[in-house]
Design a protein around this ligand. Sequence first.
Ligand SMILES: [Zn+2]
Length: 404
Amino acid sequence: MSISIRRFPYPFQAMLAICSDLDGTPDGHVYFSMMRYLNTFEDTPFGSGIGLEIGNSIYFNVASPQFCYWNTSDVGRAMARRLIRSGHIDCLHSFGSRATTRADAARALEELEKHNCLLQVWVDHAKVPTNFGSDVTAGTGDIPGSLAYHADLTTSYGIQYVWRGRVTSIIGQNIQRNFRGIASIAHPLASCKTLVKEFAKGLSSSTQYTMNRNNELIRNTYLRNGSKVKEFLRFNPYWGGINIGATADILPEVLTTRTLNWLIKKEGCSVLYTHLGRAIDPQHPFSPRTKVSLSLLSEYTTQGKILVTTTRRLLDYCLAVKKVQFSVSPLKEITRIDITKDQTDPPLDGLTMYVQDPARTKVYMNNCEIQNLQKNAPDHTGRPSISLPWQKLTFPPIEEVPHA
Ligand SMILES: [Zn+2]
Protein backbone atom coordinates (compact mmCIF):
# COMPACT_ATOMS: atom_id res chain seq x y z
CA MET A 1 0.00 0.00 0.00
CA SER A 2 1.34 3.42 -0.85
CA ILE A 3 1.54 6.12 1.77
CA SER A 4 -0.68 9.12 1.22
CA ILE A 5 -1.69 12.29 3.02
CA ARG A 6 -5.14 12.32 4.59
CA ARG A 7 -7.06 15.48 3.73
CA PHE A 8 -7.64 16.51 7.35
CA PRO A 9 -6.19 15.66 10.75
CA TYR A 10 -7.60 12.32 11.97
CA PRO A 11 -10.50 11.70 12.60
CA PHE A 12 -12.01 14.82 11.05
CA GLN A 13 -13.67 14.94 7.64
CA ALA A 14 -13.88 18.71 7.22
CA MET A 15 -12.34 21.88 8.59
CA LEU A 16 -13.92 25.22 9.45
CA ALA A 17 -12.71 28.55 10.80
CA ILE A 18 -15.13 31.20 11.98
CA CYS A 19 -13.43 34.39 10.86
CA SER A 20 -15.23 37.19 12.64
CA ASP A 21 -14.64 40.87 11.94
CA LEU A 22 -15.03 42.75 15.22
CA ASP A 23 -17.27 45.52 13.80
CA GLY A 24 -20.02 46.41 16.24
CA THR A 25 -18.37 44.93 19.34
CA PRO A 26 -19.18 47.65 21.88
CA ASP A 27 -16.41 47.25 24.48
CA GLY A 28 -13.62 45.13 25.94
CA HIS A 29 -15.93 43.41 28.40
CA VAL A 30 -18.22 42.05 25.68
CA TYR A 31 -15.22 41.23 23.46
CA PHE A 32 -13.54 39.16 26.19
CA SER A 33 -16.80 37.49 27.32
CA MET A 34 -17.44 36.39 23.72
CA MET A 35 -13.95 34.93 23.44
CA ARG A 36 -14.29 33.08 26.73
CA TYR A 37 -17.74 31.73 25.80
CA LEU A 38 -16.48 30.44 22.44
CA ASN A 39 -13.14 29.03 23.58
CA THR A 40 -13.65 27.61 27.09
CA PHE A 41 -16.14 25.52 29.05
CA GLU A 42 -16.17 28.11 31.85
CA ASP A 43 -19.18 30.00 33.21
CA THR A 44 -19.33 33.29 31.35
CA PRO A 45 -21.76 36.24 31.26
CA PHE A 46 -23.26 34.53 28.18
CA GLY A 47 -23.64 31.12 29.85
CA SER A 48 -21.49 27.98 29.95
CA GLY A 49 -18.80 28.12 27.30
CA ILE A 50 -18.85 25.81 24.28
CA GLY A 51 -15.11 25.03 24.23
CA LEU A 52 -14.44 25.49 20.52
CA GLU A 53 -11.39 27.19 18.98
CA ILE A 54 -12.63 30.43 17.45
CA GLY A 55 -10.37 33.40 16.84
CA ASN A 56 -11.10 37.09 16.64
CA SER A 57 -9.80 40.20 14.90
CA ILE A 58 -8.50 43.54 16.10
CA TYR A 59 -8.09 47.05 14.71
CA PHE A 60 -6.54 50.16 16.19
CA ASN A 61 -8.39 53.38 15.32
CA VAL A 62 -12.16 53.53 15.04
CA ALA A 63 -14.81 55.98 16.29
CA SER A 64 -15.92 55.38 19.89
CA PRO A 65 -17.83 53.80 21.48
CA GLN A 66 -16.64 50.67 19.65
CA PHE A 67 -13.97 48.31 20.87
CA CYS A 68 -10.55 48.80 19.31
CA TYR A 69 -6.97 48.73 20.56
CA TRP A 70 -6.40 52.45 21.10
CA ASN A 71 -9.93 53.17 22.43
CA THR A 72 -9.92 50.55 25.16
CA SER A 73 -8.24 50.91 28.56
CA ASP A 74 -4.76 49.71 29.60
CA VAL A 75 -6.50 46.61 30.96
CA GLY A 76 -8.24 46.06 27.62
CA ARG A 77 -4.96 46.46 25.72
CA ALA A 78 -3.16 43.99 28.00
CA MET A 79 -6.02 41.51 27.46
CA ALA A 80 -5.81 41.93 23.67
CA ARG A 81 -2.04 41.37 23.71
CA ARG A 82 -2.44 38.22 25.79
CA LEU A 83 -5.01 36.86 23.32
CA ILE A 84 -2.76 37.70 20.35
CA ARG A 85 0.13 35.82 21.95
CA SER A 86 -2.10 32.79 22.66
CA GLY A 87 -3.24 32.75 19.02
CA HIS A 88 -6.89 33.59 19.80
CA ILE A 89 -6.71 37.00 18.16
CA ASP A 90 -5.22 36.14 14.79
CA CYS A 91 -6.50 38.74 12.31
CA LEU A 92 -5.63 42.40 11.82
CA HIS A 93 -8.87 43.92 10.53
CA SER A 94 -7.15 46.83 8.74
CA PHE A 95 -5.95 49.56 11.10
CA GLY A 96 -9.51 50.87 11.44
CA SER A 97 -11.65 53.55 9.79
CA ARG A 98 -9.86 56.39 11.61
CA ALA A 99 -6.38 55.23 10.56
CA THR A 100 -5.63 57.20 7.42
CA THR A 101 -1.86 57.59 7.24
CA ARG A 102 1.34 55.58 7.10
CA ALA A 103 2.18 57.00 10.53
CA ASP A 104 -1.03 55.54 12.00
CA ALA A 105 -0.09 52.12 10.63
CA ALA A 106 3.52 52.42 11.80
CA ARG A 107 2.42 53.34 15.33
CA ALA A 108 0.19 50.25 15.55
CA LEU A 109 2.88 47.92 14.17
CA GLU A 110 5.49 49.35 16.58
CA GLU A 111 3.13 48.67 19.47
CA LEU A 112 2.60 45.06 18.35
CA GLU A 113 6.31 44.45 17.82
CA LYS A 114 7.25 46.06 21.14
CA HIS A 115 5.00 43.55 22.90
CA ASN A 116 6.05 40.54 20.84
CA CYS A 117 2.58 40.23 19.31
CA LEU A 118 2.54 38.66 15.86
CA LEU A 119 -0.49 38.66 13.58
CA GLN A 120 -0.13 36.88 10.25
CA VAL A 121 -3.60 37.41 8.78
CA TRP A 122 -4.83 40.69 7.32
CA VAL A 123 -8.56 41.23 6.69
CA ASP A 124 -9.75 44.35 4.82
CA HIS A 125 -12.47 46.34 6.61
CA ALA A 126 -15.29 48.12 4.72
CA LYS A 127 -13.59 50.57 2.32
CA VAL A 128 -11.07 52.18 4.66
CA PRO A 129 -7.87 53.85 3.40
CA THR A 130 -5.46 51.22 4.78
CA ASN A 131 -7.17 48.34 2.89
CA PHE A 132 -5.31 46.33 0.25
CA GLY A 133 -8.30 45.68 -2.03
CA SER A 134 -8.71 47.41 -5.37
CA ASP A 135 -12.39 46.65 -5.96
CA VAL A 136 -14.79 45.32 -3.27
CA THR A 137 -12.83 46.72 -0.33
CA ALA A 138 -11.03 49.51 -2.16
CA GLY A 139 -8.17 51.11 -0.24
CA THR A 140 -4.68 52.44 -0.92
CA GLY A 141 -2.64 50.61 1.73
CA ASP A 142 -0.48 48.95 -0.92
CA ILE A 143 -0.02 51.87 -3.31
CA PRO A 144 3.47 53.35 -2.79
CA GLY A 145 3.31 57.10 -2.36
CA SER A 146 -0.28 57.17 -1.15
CA LEU A 147 -1.03 58.68 2.24
CA ALA A 148 -2.06 55.33 3.72
CA TYR A 149 0.75 53.25 2.17
CA HIS A 150 1.96 50.65 4.67
CA ALA A 151 2.17 47.31 2.79
CA ASP A 152 5.99 47.25 3.00
CA LEU A 153 5.88 47.75 6.78
CA THR A 154 3.02 45.32 7.33
CA THR A 155 4.49 42.46 5.30
CA SER A 156 7.91 42.83 6.90
CA TYR A 157 6.17 42.84 10.30
CA GLY A 158 4.78 39.37 9.47
CA ILE A 159 1.46 39.55 7.59
CA GLN A 160 1.35 36.62 5.12
CA TYR A 161 -2.33 36.03 4.42
CA VAL A 162 -4.67 38.74 3.15
CA TRP A 163 -8.39 38.95 2.58
CA ARG A 164 -9.49 41.58 0.03
CA GLY A 165 -13.25 41.19 0.03
CA ARG A 166 -13.49 37.88 -1.87
CA VAL A 167 -16.60 35.97 -0.77
CA THR A 168 -18.59 33.01 -1.99
CA SER A 169 -21.89 31.31 -1.10
CA ILE A 170 -20.39 27.90 -1.93
CA ILE A 171 -20.01 25.56 1.05
CA GLY A 172 -16.53 24.04 1.10
CA GLN A 173 -13.47 25.28 -0.78
CA ASN A 174 -10.67 23.35 -2.52
CA ILE A 175 -13.36 21.03 -3.87
CA GLN A 176 -15.53 21.11 -6.97
CA ARG A 177 -17.83 24.12 -7.11
CA ASN A 178 -21.29 22.94 -6.09
CA PHE A 179 -24.41 25.02 -5.52
CA ARG A 180 -26.20 22.67 -3.17
CA GLY A 181 -26.89 24.17 0.21
CA ILE A 182 -27.64 27.69 -1.05
CA ALA A 183 -31.19 27.15 -2.30
CA SER A 184 -33.91 27.20 0.35
CA ILE A 185 -37.37 25.75 -0.30
CA ALA A 186 -38.78 28.02 2.40
CA HIS A 187 -37.35 31.12 0.67
CA PRO A 188 -37.43 30.35 -3.06
CA LEU A 189 -37.16 33.90 -4.42
CA ALA A 190 -34.45 35.26 -2.15
CA SER A 191 -32.37 32.10 -2.27
CA CYS A 192 -32.67 31.94 -6.05
CA LYS A 193 -31.30 35.49 -6.23
CA THR A 194 -28.32 34.51 -4.05
CA LEU A 195 -27.74 31.43 -6.17
CA VAL A 196 -27.85 33.34 -9.45
CA LYS A 197 -25.41 35.90 -8.05
CA GLU A 198 -22.91 33.17 -7.19
CA PHE A 199 -23.49 31.43 -10.51
CA ALA A 200 -22.74 34.69 -12.34
CA LYS A 201 -19.46 35.08 -10.46
CA GLY A 202 -18.42 31.74 -11.95
CA LEU A 203 -19.25 32.88 -15.47
CA SER A 204 -17.63 36.29 -15.19
CA SER A 205 -14.18 36.69 -16.69
CA SER A 206 -13.34 39.48 -14.22
CA THR A 207 -10.20 38.92 -12.12
CA GLN A 208 -12.39 39.87 -9.15
CA TYR A 209 -13.95 36.40 -9.34
CA THR A 210 -10.94 34.19 -10.16
CA MET A 211 -11.06 32.62 -6.71
CA ASN A 212 -14.82 32.02 -7.04
CA ARG A 213 -14.37 30.34 -10.40
CA ASN A 214 -11.70 28.00 -9.06
CA ASN A 215 -13.36 27.67 -5.64
CA GLU A 216 -9.86 27.90 -4.18
CA LEU A 217 -9.34 28.76 -0.53
CA ILE A 218 -5.84 30.24 -0.90
CA ARG A 219 -3.87 31.58 -3.84
CA ASN A 220 -0.48 33.18 -4.29
CA THR A 221 -0.70 36.75 -5.43
CA TYR A 222 0.94 40.16 -5.20
CA LEU A 223 -0.09 43.41 -3.59
CA ARG A 224 0.19 46.51 -5.74
CA ASN A 225 3.61 47.36 -4.27
CA GLY A 226 4.92 43.96 -5.42
CA SER A 227 4.77 42.22 -2.01
CA LYS A 228 4.09 38.50 -2.34
CA VAL A 229 1.13 37.36 -0.22
CA LYS A 230 -1.39 34.56 0.03
CA GLU A 231 -4.95 35.69 -0.54
CA PHE A 232 -7.89 33.75 0.90
CA LEU A 233 -11.59 33.43 0.15
CA ARG A 234 -14.35 33.48 2.80
CA PHE A 235 -17.76 31.86 2.49
CA ASN A 236 -21.22 32.47 3.84
CA PRO A 237 -24.03 30.29 2.47
CA TYR A 238 -26.97 32.30 3.87
CA TRP A 239 -29.92 32.04 1.45
CA GLY A 240 -30.72 35.75 1.84
CA GLY A 241 -27.26 36.86 0.66
CA ILE A 242 -23.69 36.86 1.93
CA ASN A 243 -23.63 40.32 3.49
CA ILE A 244 -26.95 39.92 5.29
CA GLY A 245 -25.84 36.53 6.58
CA ALA A 246 -22.63 37.81 8.15
CA THR A 247 -23.91 38.60 11.66
CA ALA A 248 -24.32 36.83 15.01
CA ASP A 249 -28.11 37.02 14.69
CA ILE A 250 -28.14 35.16 11.34
CA LEU A 251 -25.58 32.54 12.43
CA PRO A 252 -28.35 29.99 13.20
CA GLU A 253 -29.36 30.13 9.50
CA VAL A 254 -25.75 29.51 8.49
CA LEU A 255 -24.50 26.87 10.94
CA THR A 256 -27.30 24.42 10.17
CA THR A 257 -27.11 20.63 10.07
CA ARG A 258 -27.56 20.97 6.31
CA THR A 259 -24.48 23.22 5.93
CA LEU A 260 -22.35 21.14 8.29
CA ASN A 261 -23.34 17.79 6.77
CA TRP A 262 -22.67 19.11 3.29
CA LEU A 263 -19.22 20.33 4.34
CA ILE A 264 -18.47 16.84 5.67
CA LYS A 265 -19.92 15.03 2.66
CA LYS A 266 -17.77 17.05 0.29
CA GLU A 267 -14.73 17.04 2.62
CA GLY A 268 -14.45 20.80 2.32
CA CYS A 269 -12.50 23.34 4.29
CA SER A 270 -13.88 26.83 4.66
CA VAL A 271 -13.40 30.16 6.39
CA LEU A 272 -16.71 31.68 7.42
CA TYR A 273 -17.32 35.37 6.81
CA THR A 274 -19.17 36.88 9.77
CA HIS A 275 -19.33 39.62 12.43
CA LEU A 276 -20.07 37.97 15.77
CA GLY A 277 -20.35 41.37 17.46
CA ARG A 278 -23.18 42.43 15.13
CA ALA A 279 -26.50 41.69 16.80
CA ILE A 280 -29.76 43.39 17.75
CA ASP A 281 -28.47 43.54 21.33
CA PRO A 282 -24.72 44.28 21.10
CA GLN A 283 -24.32 43.79 24.87
CA HIS A 284 -25.59 40.20 24.43
CA PRO A 285 -24.62 39.27 20.88
CA PHE A 286 -25.40 35.56 21.27
CA SER A 287 -29.18 35.05 21.21
CA PRO A 288 -30.57 31.70 22.44
CA ARG A 289 -30.84 30.55 18.80
CA THR A 290 -27.27 31.61 18.04
CA LYS A 291 -26.08 29.66 21.06
CA VAL A 292 -27.93 26.56 19.86
CA SER A 293 -26.16 26.76 16.50
CA LEU A 294 -22.76 27.21 18.16
CA SER A 295 -23.48 24.22 20.41
CA LEU A 296 -24.38 22.20 17.33
CA LEU A 297 -20.99 23.01 15.82
CA SER A 298 -19.35 22.09 19.11
CA GLU A 299 -21.06 18.66 18.95
CA TYR A 300 -19.72 18.07 15.42
CA THR A 301 -16.24 18.75 16.75
CA THR A 302 -16.62 16.51 19.80
CA GLN A 303 -17.86 13.74 17.51
CA GLY A 304 -14.70 14.07 15.42
CA LYS A 305 -16.49 15.31 12.29
CA ILE A 306 -15.47 18.95 11.78
CA LEU A 307 -12.23 20.41 13.10
CA VAL A 308 -12.95 23.99 14.10
CA THR A 309 -9.93 26.23 14.46
CA THR A 310 -8.71 29.79 14.01
CA THR A 311 -8.27 31.33 10.57
CA ARG A 312 -4.48 31.37 10.82
CA ARG A 313 -4.25 27.71 11.84
CA LEU A 314 -6.66 26.59 9.11
CA LEU A 315 -4.77 28.49 6.40
CA ASP A 316 -1.44 27.20 7.72
CA TYR A 317 -2.74 23.63 7.73
CA CYS A 318 -4.10 23.80 4.16
CA LEU A 319 -0.81 25.24 2.95
CA ALA A 320 1.32 22.74 4.88
CA VAL A 321 -0.54 19.75 3.46
CA LYS A 322 -0.04 21.10 -0.05
CA LYS A 323 3.67 21.76 0.42
CA VAL A 324 4.82 18.84 2.56
CA GLN A 325 7.72 16.82 1.12
CA PHE A 326 8.39 13.29 2.29
CA SER A 327 10.15 10.09 1.28
CA VAL A 328 9.47 6.51 2.32
CA SER A 329 12.04 3.80 3.07
CA PRO A 330 10.62 0.32 3.59
CA LEU A 331 13.08 -1.25 6.06
CA LYS A 332 13.05 -4.81 7.37
CA GLU A 333 10.73 -4.41 10.35
CA ILE A 334 9.41 -0.90 9.93
CA THR A 335 8.49 1.71 7.39
CA ARG A 336 10.42 4.93 7.81
CA ILE A 337 8.90 8.20 6.60
CA ASP A 338 11.23 11.18 6.28
CA ILE A 339 9.72 14.65 6.17
CA THR A 340 11.81 17.66 5.23
CA LYS A 341 10.65 21.01 6.52
CA ASP A 342 12.17 24.49 6.25
CA GLN A 343 11.89 26.95 9.11
CA THR A 344 9.71 29.17 6.96
CA ASP A 345 7.24 26.36 6.16
CA PRO A 346 3.93 26.39 8.06
CA PRO A 347 3.61 24.02 11.04
CA LEU A 348 2.66 20.41 10.33
CA ASP A 349 0.38 20.02 13.37
CA GLY A 350 -2.26 17.38 12.71
CA LEU A 351 -0.62 16.06 9.52
CA THR A 352 -2.08 12.59 9.00
CA MET A 353 -0.76 9.90 6.68
CA TYR A 354 -2.44 6.67 5.65
CA VAL A 355 -0.02 3.82 6.29
CA GLN A 356 -0.15 0.03 6.18
CA ASP A 357 0.67 -0.60 9.83
CA PRO A 358 0.78 2.35 12.28
CA ALA A 359 2.59 0.24 14.90
CA ARG A 360 5.43 -0.40 12.46
CA THR A 361 5.82 3.13 11.14
CA LYS A 362 8.33 5.71 12.27
CA VAL A 363 8.33 9.33 11.17
CA TYR A 364 11.38 11.58 11.11
CA MET A 365 11.34 15.33 10.61
CA ASN A 366 14.66 16.67 9.31
CA ASN A 367 16.26 13.45 10.59
CA CYS A 368 14.78 13.71 14.11
CA GLU A 369 12.32 11.01 15.10
CA ILE A 370 8.88 12.28 16.11
CA GLN A 371 8.30 10.74 19.52
CA ASN A 372 4.65 11.55 20.20
CA LEU A 373 3.31 10.11 16.97
CA GLN A 374 -0.40 9.30 17.16
CA LYS A 375 -1.47 5.89 15.83
CA ASN A 376 -5.00 5.85 14.43
CA ALA A 377 -7.46 3.02 13.88
CA PRO A 378 -9.04 2.75 10.41
CA ASP A 379 -11.29 5.70 9.57
CA HIS A 380 -14.46 5.76 7.42
CA THR A 381 -12.36 4.76 4.39
CA GLY A 382 -11.14 1.66 6.19
CA ARG A 383 -7.50 2.77 6.22
CA PRO A 384 -5.34 3.14 9.36
CA SER A 385 -3.13 6.19 9.73
CA ILE A 386 -0.57 8.02 11.83
CA SER A 387 -0.76 11.69 12.87
CA LEU A 388 1.48 14.41 14.13
CA PRO A 389 -0.39 15.76 17.18
CA TRP A 390 -2.84 18.64 16.82
CA GLN A 391 -2.93 20.56 20.11
CA LYS A 392 -5.81 22.86 20.90
CA LEU A 393 -4.71 26.43 21.67
CA THR A 394 -4.57 27.17 25.39
CA PHE A 395 -6.92 29.97 26.38
CA PRO A 396 -4.78 32.16 28.63
CA PRO A 397 -5.69 32.94 32.23
CA ILE A 398 -6.32 36.68 32.34
CA GLU A 399 -6.42 38.15 35.84
CA GLU A 400 -7.80 41.57 35.04
CA VAL A 401 -10.39 42.09 32.31
CA PRO A 402 -12.32 45.20 31.26
CA HIS A 403 -15.42 45.90 33.40
CA ALA A 404 -18.96 45.86 32.07
ZN1 LIG B 1 -15.12 45.33 9.21
